[in-house]
Design a protein around this ligand. Structure first.
Ligand code: GAL
Length: 489
């Protein structure tokens, strides 16, 4: 525990920054005047329960603890070998009766491609900004490139539910015509609308959470015409957190997973398919059970417009790439292209890595301010074709390019197939320009075992570089990424 503070007053409100930042892992314990004790794990996340309570409830008993961020497996298993849930007959408590409804297969086969309001605007959102983004999908050619989702993040509702119906109420100062009108306008452009909710009592910015209201909220979102739900993890009551190993040693049975399973089941019975993103920050070993509950799941803390964020989320994610396939996507969080002072090379790497690891790509900036160069990056046809490939769902995987190449963290060389052939992606993580080479015999899956000559095609430029045998060497600027398709000559 990095720091502990006991406060005598009210629980401080969760106030989010306007722009996302890497969250500290500090745990802060504080008490409010009604003797609720809360743990704040990071700027967004707290769990609260009565200090005197033994924390027993339908959700099982849990002391006030942090989420199991340290409890990660040392190995990963392919999607086909995911642990099957312990038979419900042998489970106790809420795990015995929790829904097991799988996510819809009518959406989310390939990773989501779109935009989200948070990194651009934080809580300062409005119908005008969301509809402007949707129109820019058309005018900038993003829709033609495959971008589809226009997603509203936190702060869209009033702080209180309707006292009679208990429905969440859109904030009319931000969305004067309601969310259904926004959905209609977005649909009229041939796009889809996403919204944000929370698997706790309040969202991270203090608006109504859906814990205990899953069916009502799912049907409200469906009535409005929502196509995508990002479901966050703030303000979780202590008795809904996790302590120790879940039943059957399967994190699908954890209290965290059950909070998400409840919303997943509520979404599944709506008439329109809704894509379900589990914004659980890599907690509760979500990669092991995420595909049984939703279509994508956050692998870590919030993105920031920094090279250190890009390398840290890559380092985290590469441990769990075998869980990625159709309808199952590790989410490295929303894009920062256009924000902060990422170099153009770093923005290329940000986009390329999210493509070749098949993370959802949700742009997170004011689209009207993007430069021609940035628009060229995010509409690169060949990288998007790899990301959205309809016949191969797996990502590129790290490989060792030559026996003498030292291991880097995050890895610098990745290879993987698409319907076009075998691809190699190379990231220069060093602080200076470097010549980077790979031997064809070491590229997994390359035709003919890598023997013979290969046409090397540059996916960024959309043109062939030439024909080479044995190996290929490219000089890359610091923090840039090269992307190639290799075809037997
Ligand atoms: C965080 C989440 C962010 C953003 C924010 C809104 O928990 O990771 O992506 O949604 O909440 O308050």
């Amino acid at each position: 525990m990095a720091s502990v503070a006991v406060l005598g007053g009210l629980v401080p409100p969760r106030v989010n920054p306007g722009t996302a930042a890497i969250l500290s892992e500090a745990l802060i314990v504080f008490m409010n005047k009604d003797s609720w004790a809360c743990i704040e794990q990071n700027s967004y996340y707290s769990q609260c329960l009565p200090a005197s309570s033994s924390a027993s409830s339908t959700a099982g008993s849990s002391p006030i603890i942090s989420m199991p961020t340290t409890s990660v497996p040392t190995t990963s298993a392919p999607t086909s070998q995911l642990p099957t849930s312990t038979s419900s007959a042998s489970l106790t408590g809420i795990a015995a009766s929790a829904p097991t409804t799988p996510p819809s297969k009518l959406t989310g086969k390939t990773p989501a491609l779109g935009w989200n309001s948070w990194n651009a605007y934080g809580c300062e959102i409005s119908e005008e900004k969301v509809i402007a983004a949707a129109n820019q999908f058309i005018s900038l050619g993003l829709k033609d490139a495959g971008y589809e989702f226009v997603n509203i993040d936190d702060c869209w509702s009033l702080q209180a539910r309707n006292s009679t119906t208990q429905q969440i109420i859109p904030d009319s100062s931000k969305f004067p015509n309601g969310i259904s009108s926004v959905a209609s306008q977005v649909h009229a452009l041939g796009l889809k609308l996403g919204i944000y909710g929370d698997a706790g009592t309040e969202t991270c910015s203090g608006f109504p959470g859906s814990l205990g209201y899953e069916n009502l909220d799912a049907s409200t979102f469906a009535d409005w015409g929502v196509d995508y739900l990002k479901y966050d993890n703030c303000n979780v009551p202590g008795n809904w957190s996790d302590s120790g190993t879940p039943q059957g040693n399967d994190w699908y049975n954890s209290n965290s997973a059950i909070r998400y399973r409840q919303m997943g089941a509520a979404l599944a019975v709506q008439s329109n398919p809704m894509q379900f993103n589990l914004c659980i920050w890599g907690n509760a070993n979500v990669w092991q059970w995420g595909a049984r509950v939703g279509h994508s799941w956050r692998m870590g803390s919030d993105s920031s417009a920094s090279w250190s964020y890009i390398t840290s989320i890559l380092t985290q994610n590469v441990q769990y790439l075998s869980y990625i396939d159709f309808w199952a996507h590790n989410d490295m969080d929303m894009m920062e292209i256009g924000n902060g002072d990422l170099t153009i090379e770093e923005q290329r790497t940000h986009f390329a890595a999210w493509c070749f690891l098949k993370s959802p790509i949700l742009l997170g900036t004011d689209l009207s301010l993007l430069s021609t160069e940035q628009i060229a990056i995010i509409t690169n046809t060949e990288l998007l074709a790899f990301h959205q490939d309809d016949t191969i769902g797996t990502p590129a995987m790290p490989f060792t390019p030559a026996p003498s190449t030292p291991t880097a963290s995050p890895p610098e060389f990745y290879a993987g197939p698409s319907s076009a052939g075998t691809h190699v992606f190379v990231i220069n993580t060093s602080g200076s320009s470097a010549a980077m080479s790979f031997d064809f015999v070491n590229v997994p899956g390359l035709a003919n075992g890598g023997a013979g000559s290969f046409v090397v095609h540059d996916m960024w430029a959309g043109e062939d570089v030439g024909t080479f045998s044995e190996s290929y060497s490219t000089t890359l600027s610091s923090h840039d990424t090269a992307a190639f398709l290799l075809t037997l000559a």
